[in-house]
Design a protein around this ligand. Structure first.
Ligand code: FMN
Length: 222
């Protein structure tokens, strides 16, 4: 493998992988996308992948410019897909302006991608509290210390703030900051992608048909 540089003619020419591990058929996938997701996330867990619950979250704010970052899926059920963050962060402000978001998982070793699109709701205060309290102390204090996505003068300032908070909460419970909690993505569309040979991948899309939990299923061209 050679080193590449920005002006390499075809920097990734050697990285041409054929996908051969699995297939996805209309009859083989579950009728309900949540069942299919449950199957795949379990296979990702059991395959020992690093951070199988890491997902890319795409948001679009009032300026209509998309941005994306990785967050961790912390729970999911028929209501949706939950992650936790700072409500005042860049993503938090974008979600407040426009709750339509997209999630994607890439499980390279399984040659699979899952895409989920939907609308974000806040998790209840009780649900956010329960998760916050389950976090290690350092992470609980970090949620207080870090004004996520704001410019800060130095790392030292952040560490000094953490030490102050350690003293402040040495003998008392650390409360969940109001600006920190969960978001639940309520899905409207799922896509399951399975890599196949010769770039003829399998793609099965589910769309929610109405407010009820009824979903259509279609194959898309790769
Ligand atoms: C593997 C991984 C997991 C992450 N998990 C979270 C998370 O669950 N919540 C979070 O707020 N940021 C998480 N981050 C950091 C985000 O990617 C991002 O830097 C941060 O949320 C600020 O994004 P924003 O400025 O767009 O709001 C994670 C980053 C990585 C690489």
């Amino acid at each position: 493998m050679h080193n590449i540089s920005p002006d390499s003619a075809n920097p990734f020419a050697e990285l041409r992988k054929d996908y051969i591990r699995n297939e996805l058929t209309e009859a083989g996938v579950a009728d309900h996308p949540l069942s299919q997701f449950t199957l795949w996330i379990n296979e990702a867990l059991h395959a020992g992948l690093p951070e199988p619950n890491a997902m890319t979250l795409a948001t679009v704010g009032l300026d209509l410019k998309p941005s994306s970052r990785v967050v961790l899926l912390k729970s999911f059920d028929q209501r949706g897909f939950v992650f936790y963050t700072n409500y005042h962060s860049r993503k938090g402000r974008q979600i407040e302006a426009n709750p339509q978001v997209a999630l994607s998982f890439f499980w390279a070793e399984l040659e699979r991608q899952v895409r989920i699109e939907g609308r974000v709701e806040l998790t209840s205060a009780d649900e956010s509290d329960a998760y916050y309290l389950s976090r290690p102390e350092g992470a609980r204090l970090g949620a207080h210390a870090s004004p996520q996505s704001s410019p800060i003068p130095s790392r030292e300032l952040l560490e000094a703030r953490l030490r102050e908070l350690e003293l402040l909460y040495a003998d008392q419970d650390i409360p969940r900051p109001d600006h920190w909690g969960g978001y639940r993505v309520v899905p409207e569309r799922f896509e399951f992608w399975q890599g196949r040979a010769s770039r003829l991948h399998d793609r099965i899309v589910y769309n929610r048909l109405d407010a009820e939990d009824v979903w259509s299923k279609q194959r898309l061209a790769p």
